[in-house]
Ligand binder design. Structure first.
Ligand SMILES: *Cc1c(COP(=O)(O)O)cnc(C)c1O
Length: 418
């Protein structure tokens, strides 16, 4: 495929089909034509998340995983309160990674018993809030265990903990590796026995283990292998704990397709193999344990679009530019500056006429005064002029809150759950 650019119209087609087009040729989001949605929101740019698409993603995962595996949502993927409120009643766990996310999860109505708190740099204040709320703290170091115990003592409460493990294997094929080798996350598996002794000495309520090997994986066979090794490793560690293990968080990392070469994950295969692992290895030793898969982007990423309006169209030495009123300050990932090694275009289209034939190559740039603010590099889009809406797909996860919103002082984008 190298050297054969895929026309943006082709790259966007499956996404246009998922969202649908109204009789006048406009993209629909949650059944609302895009211009009408822009009017309802009050202007551009904005993020729109399709409620039904989130519900459907949860249902697909549940159907694939079966009843023996519980589903967690990693709040950092999209912490919009309305999205969290929608998900809080539909998933079994919320995974938070800051005091701010903890507050959002509690406000969304999540049961504190089913909130887990991960993250390598939890402050004393955050640990205190976590203990007071009664959530499960995923320990990332011995020092954190000491500080957590102090928080518990001062509050007269017994902190609930799980140990986050940095495995001695790495998962290939992940967009972002977060386990294996040296890591700031978790405790190396070989150091876990010592930490378990400390946890027992401190009389923390030890509930189980968490292992997150990496993110954005589209290859079922690699995920299946990671799950197999994760289960093996965590069951071995659970044997070293004096008390019953009630929590085994196997991570997640289920990817979504962003680029032309990306094939959707074979979810059924992952689910079937995982259910088998749980039945064969976990249940005999831990019949009651919560076995959790925690997902972020897989539940919300495909449900979101980022909508901008074309404010200028100009030509520079033969290259046509569409300048839109949004950009990398809202949707950094689409500019290629969020963990991409080689910049590739996110799927995008002209939301006011997504079904029309490509009208020639244009480059879509944001409104920031930096060459980094590139949303579509030489893309073959339907015809677009000043006033048209340009839509970036796969924007439901790591969008607004993963972008440098203050950069260049433009206003924040609106967000709507439709
Ligand atoms: C970020 C993160 C996730 C979610 O990753 P996705 O790729 O969005 O599914 C899950 N677990 C942990 C510990 C994370 O840090």
């Amino acid at each position: 495929m190298a050297g054969t650019p895929v026309p943006a119209t082709e790259q966007a087609r499956p996404h246009v089909e998922r969202f649908g087009v109204d009789p006048f040729g406009q993209l629909l989001v949650g059944g609302v034509p895009l211009e009408r949605l822009a009017a309802r929101v009050g202007g551009t740019p904005f993020f729109a998340y399709d409620r039904a698409a989130i519900t459907a993603a949860v249902a697909r995962v549940r159907a694939a995983l079966g009843r023996s595996v519980e589903l967690g949502y990693a709040v950092k993927a999209n912490p919009m309160p309305a999205v969290l409120g929608h998900l809080a009643g539909r998933v079994d766990w919320l995974d938070v990674a800051s005091g701010g996310e903890l507050a959002l999860a509690l406000d969304a109505g999540a049961d504190p018993a089913r909130i887990s708190f991960a993250g390598p740099g939890k402050t004393d204040a955050e640990l205190r809030r976590a203990v007071a709320a009664g959530v499960l703290v995923e320990l990332e170091s011995p020092h954190e265990a000491l500080r957590l115990a102090a928080a518990g003592e001062s509050l007269g409460l017994r902190p609930r903990v799980a140990v986050r493990v940095n495995p001695d294997f790495a998962v290939k094929g992940s967009g972002m590796r977060m386990g294996g080798g040296p890591q700031q996350f978790g405790v190396d598996v070989e150091q876990v026995p010592q930490l378990l002794d400390l946890v027992a000495d401190l009389q923390l309520a030890m509930e189980g283990f968490h292992l997150f090997a990496g993110s954005q994986n589209l290859q079922a066979e690699i995920l299946v292998e990671a799950h197999r090794r994760t289960v093996e490793l965590l069951l071995g560690l659970a044997e070293k704990v004096g008390t019953a293990t009630s929590y085994l968080n196997l991570g997640g990392g289920f990817g979504i397709p962003y680029f032309p070469q990306d094939r959707p994950l074979d979810l059924d295969r992952v689910g079937t193999e995982l259910a088998g692992l749980v039945a064969d290895f976990v249940r005999p030793a831990h019949p009651e344990a919560h076995v959790v898969i925690e997902l972020g982007r897989f539940l919300v990423g495909e449900a979101g679009v980022y909508v901008t309006r074309v404010v200028d169209r100009k030509t520079s030495r033969g290259q046509t530019y569409l300048v839109v009123d949004g950009g990398m300050h809202h949707q950094l990932a689409a500019s290629g500056n969020f963990g991409q090694v080689i910049r590739r275009n996110y799927p995008l289209t002209v939301g006011t006429r997504p079904a029309e034939a490509a009208a020639g190559e244009v480059t879509v740039v944001g409104c920031l005064c930096t060459p980094l603010d590139l949303l579509g590099d030489r893309v073959d889009l339907p015809p677009a002029d000043i006033g048209d809406l340009v839509v970036v797909f796969q924007a439901g996860a790591y969008g607004r809150t993963a972008s440098p919103e203050a950069f260049l002082g433009h206003p924040a984008p609106a967000e709507v759950l439709v």
